[in-house]
Design a protein around this ligand. Structure first.
Ligand SMILES: *[C@@H]1O[C@H](CO)[C@@H](O)[C@H](O)[C@H]1NC(C)=O
Ligand SMILES: *[C@@H]1O[C@H](CO)[C@@H](O)[C@H](O)[C@H]1NC(C)=O
Ligand SMILES: *[C@@H]1O[C@H](CO)[C@@H](O)[C@H](O)[C@H]1NC(C)=O
Ligand SMILES: *[C@@H]1O[C@H](CO)[C@@H](O)[C@H](O)[C@H]1NC(C)=O
Ligand SMILES: *[C@@H]1O[C@H](CO)[C@@H](O)[C@H](O)[C@H]1NC(C)=O
Ligand SMILES: *[C@@H]1O[C@H](CO)[C@@H](O)[C@H](O)[C@H]1NC(C)=O
Ligand SMILES: *[C@@H]1O[C@H](CO)[C@@H](O)[C@H](O)[C@H]1NC(C)=O
Ligand SMILES: *[C@@H]1O[C@H](CO)[C@@H](O)[C@H](O)[C@H]1NC(C)=O
Length: 763
């Protein structure tokens, strides 16, 4: 069995040394916890106002403790373990670096009156010490129980870390340490209480559980600590990739050689070949351990390393790419031990709910998957009958069999609203229990236009949606005893398998113990209509939908609403989505931005802190489309080749407002193409016959745009600018009706756009 605490003896680690200091200091609140309950605990405490930092790892399997101690001094460091907090009888190590570069270290024990006495047996293992301009760093390790009476065993109970160090410019002579000493009560084998403003996430990246990544996000210091546990004694690779493959990926490769040396490099991909070592090493290794079968590697980095050869961690959709080899020869690439895992890396993970406390119902569909590559299947479903109000508190994916996991690409549940004067039951009930239909065909035999309020979605990697403790989504209120839903499943069957049958869907948990606040859902969108139009072969085309202050003024409560989760929704051509927030002609921080939106990876995203929207605020959803992959004009519509532009969020307390939309004024848009009159439509998104002028008569709207309009770069730009920045017609949709915004709407005339702070420029 081998244990390595970063064999930094190796020359190429030397350039990490200055980084280690920087990271350790910015990790002043790293949070902590048992990174892997069965294996390694990683925790950090800062003492003496951050001048004395102890970062430690407990390897439970090997019963060892590993300390990394970073202190703001170039003199000696003293660190110890004491049962009562005093020097007397304590277990102490003293070490440092002489001015000539030689390191020194000794395992000692404390007495009341003298300098600590050197132990007869040196049980603490000195790994290394080094100095930077301002700091001394020392790494030491030891068994939890050394069995030596001159040491103190590390147990799962409270004891004291005692610390001392020579003052800043002192020599390394161990003299009286003046004020530079103290103690901290700590249970060294426990996770401690979670640090504020941190989140811990875990994902199994492969199908067989051979590659597990855990990461600790610290929003205060903007740092992440990763731990990968890989079922190999060879090399591992871990990377961040915006697009999914090797292209532009930021990669680390590490492992432990047979002779015990550790290797770990920050690299970047330049193609399908071995990634190239970065000029600057920004991923910092903290701990390595290898047993007979597994390698555990812990490393850290900033959200944004400010290195063009790295990929920043942001709120955008990203991919973890992973690989491993059976040997330490990184040149060798196995074809199977690699993959891509889509992730929102900085989103919080919600704590599990105690499901036995709640009632539940399911929205699921069981059928034999059609033997074609891609199917979108829609059914109408309903809730149980409620005779009184209840609160929904959580959604949990129900995708249980291997076939369901392999072939459910994603699904969406939409809430249905009947036409104005009909009851939900009489309108939707006939569709319930029916086999449903292919959602992509123009007339799937289900009332899709009445089921457009996004309720819950799941995509591979999707999480439970759990409401905050004091919030519930009301259901079963007066007049609507049954809730109706359209359930849309994307079946993925690239091998066109025949006869594969499985159930897929969600379990919805609810309670009759009503919570303090009713949650509401509010959508800010461009109307799904012909006015939402993307010219053919547009690489980066913007559309926007406004929620006018008229709607927020008239329908939100005086104290405003609090957004706690959000879902962006658009279709196959959407690449970026943003919900912007304006108040008094000032732009506030974006409510949610995704520069890497992927239709196949839609998630309802909890917010780390709820965001308040006040009456009079203006909200705008912006979408950027790329239609170069398809022929023809893209129009607003229900099919996935058609487009939408919608931000839907969960908020409390519930207000009357459920949707807030706008659209560019159709006559102005038609005028740009020389269209004078179009026929009436049943739905605003239906492609339509052009009536006038005569040369277009009988052609469909999209045919005119595809074949008669000459899409010069100028025209494309003009249509985009006018439809984004020109005047829109706005509508507030409220419970049981709608209210047109009386005056045309558009962006507020604000002085300056919100610019996120670029910390790299400030550094
Ligand atoms: C470095 O300095 C220390 C303390 O002055 C001394 O004991 C040691 O011999 C020196 N080592 C070398 C290689 O000069
Ligand atoms: C330590 O030395 C540096 C550089 O010589 C000096 O700037 C600093 O003030 C000194 N600190 C103390 C506490 O004497
Ligand atoms: C590790 O991988 C081997 C195959 O290489 C497999 O037999 C074993 O079950 C895996 N161990 C774990 C814990 O998954
Ligand atoms: C350990 O093995 C690796 C790979 O064979 C080699 O590059 C390295 O120099 C060796 N290190 C030591 C200290 O022997
Ligand atoms: C090796 O470590 C892994 C996790 O890192 C652990 O699951 C496994 O049980 C360990 N194997 C042995 C033989 O102790
Ligand atoms: C992510 O979004 C939140 C708001 O939801 C914001 O506070 C935070 O600064 C963003 N993080 C990054 C790294 O952009
Ligand atoms: C709904 O109202 C329209 C007129 O507003 C009426 O013609 C129609 O019959 C009504 N439908 C039902 C089901 O009441
Ligand atoms: C289209 O609708 C308008 C208003 O609803 C109506 O006046 C007109 O007759 C309709 N035109 C056709 C061709 O149906």
């Amino acid at each position: 069995m081998l244990i390595y605490l970063l064999a930094l003896k190796m020359g190429h680690f030397k350039e990490f040394l200055s980084c280690v200091i920087i990271v350790i200091l910015t990790l002043s609140h790293p949070g902590h916890g048992r990174a892997n309950p069965s294996n390694i605990l990683h925790r950090q405490e800062a003492m003496d106002n951050g001048n004395f930092i102890v970062d430690w790892f407990i390897n439970f399997e090997q019963q060892t403790a590993h300390f990394l101690i970073a202190v703001k001094t170039r003199s000696y460091i003293g660190f110890g373990i004491s049962l009562y907090g005093s020097m007397d009888g304590s277990d102490i190590v003293i070490g440092g670096v002489f001015d000539n570069g030689t390191t020194y270290f000794s395992d000692r024990y404390g007495t009341r009156f003298t300098e600590p006495i050197v132990d007869d047996v040196q049980n603490w293992e000195f790994v290394e010490a080094f100095e930077t301009e301002t700091h001394t760093v020392m790494r030491v390790s030891r068994p939890l129980d050394t069995g030596d009476w001159q040491d103190k065993p590390l147990r799962d109970e409270d004891m004291y870390f005692i610390w001392a160090y020579g003052s800043e410019n002192a020599t390394d002579e161990i003299i009286y340490h003046g004020d530079n000493q103290g103690s901290l009560l700590v249970n060294p084998l426990s996770v401690g209480s979670p640090k504020p403003n941190t989140q811990r996430r875990t994902e199994v990246l492969d199908d067989n559980g051979n590659y597990v990544v855990q990461w600790l996000i610290d929003y205060s210091t903007k740092n992440v600590v990763f731990q990968v546990d890989v079922n190999t004694t060879g090399w591992f690779g871990f990377g961040l990739s915006p697009a999914g493959g090797m292209t532009s990926a930021d990669i680390v490769i590490g492992g432990v050689h047979a002779n015990g040396t550790v290797y770990f490099d920050d690299r970047h991909a330049t193609g399908q070949s071995l990634p190239v070592r970065d000029d600057h090493q920004d991923w910092v290794p903290l701990y390595v351990s290898e047993n007979a079968t597994h390698t555990t590697f812990i490393f850290t980095r900033a959200f944004d390393t400010c290195d063009g050869q790295d990929v920043p961690l942001t709120n955008d959709t990203l991919n973890f790419i992973w690989s491993y080899g059976t040997t330490d020869n990184i040149q060798y690439h196995g074809s199977t031990n690699r993959g891509t895992f889509q992730v929102l890396p900085l989103d919080p993970e919600e704590p599990p709910i105690e499901t036995e406390k709640y009632f539940k119902y399911e929205i699921t569909h069981t059928m034999t998957m059609p033997s074609v590559d891609t199917t979108y299947w829609c059914t109408i479903q309903k809730s149980p009958r409620f005779t009184q109000k209840h609160h929904i508190v959580a959604f949990r994916p129900k995708i249980e069999t291997p076939a369901a996991r392999a072939h459910t690409h994603h699904y969406a549940i939409f809430r249905c609203t009947p036409p104005a004067n009909q009851s939900a039951e009489e309108f939707f009930e006939p569709y319930v229990g029916q086999p449903g239909g292919d959602c992509k065909v123009p007339n799937p035999g289900i009332p899709a236009p009445y089921c457009q309020t996004m309720f819950y979605t799941w995509a591979v990697g999707g999480k439970e949606l759990i409401f905050p403790d004091n919030i519930g989504c009301p259901i079963g209120e007066d007049g609507s005893e049954v809730d109706y839903y359209m359930f849309e499943v994307h079946y993925n069957n690239p091998q066109q398998l025949i006869g594969v049958r499985f159930e897929t869907g969600a379990t919805i948990f609810y309670t009759d113990e009503l919570r303090e606040h009713d949650a509401g859902i509010l959508m800010v969108a461009h109307q799904t209509s012909l006015a939402l139009m993307v010219p053919p072969k547009s690489p980066e085309y913007k559309s926007v939908g406004h929620c006018d202050p008229y709607c927020t003024n008239n329908y939100l409560p005086e104290s405003g609403i609090n957004i706690f989760a959000l879902l962006h929704h658009a279709h196959l051509s959407a690449r970026k989505m943003k919900l912007r927030h304006f108040r008094n002609n000032q732009e506030l921080p974006w409510i949610k931005n995704d520069e890497n939106y992927d239709f196949e990876y839609q998630q309802t995203r909890p917010l780390t802190d709820s965001i308040v929207v006040l009456p009079g605020d203006h909200l705008t959803t912006e979408c950027i489309y790329d239609t170069t992959w398809r022929d023809g004009t893209t129009i607003g519509g229900l099919a996935t080749r058609d487009e939408m532009c919608q931000s839907t969020f969960w908020y409390y307390p519930r207000s009357q407002l459920r949707e807030c939309r706008s659209e560019y004024q159709m006559p102005q848009l038609l005028a740009k193409f020389g269209i004078e009159q179009i026929a009436n439509r049943s739905y605003p998104y239906e492609d339509v016959n052009v009536i006038a002028p005569a040369q277009f008569a009988g052609l469909r709207y999209t045919e005119v745009l595809d074949n008669r309009v000459v899409w010069t770069p100028q025209l494309r730009e003009e249509v985009q600018t006018d439809s984004s920045f020109g005047l829109h017609d706005g509508v507030c949709y409220i419970i049981g009706g709608s209210d047109n915004v009386p005056l045309p709407t558009g962006y507020p005339t604000f002085p300056e756009e919100y610019q996120p702070i670029n910390e790299c420029l400030e550094k």
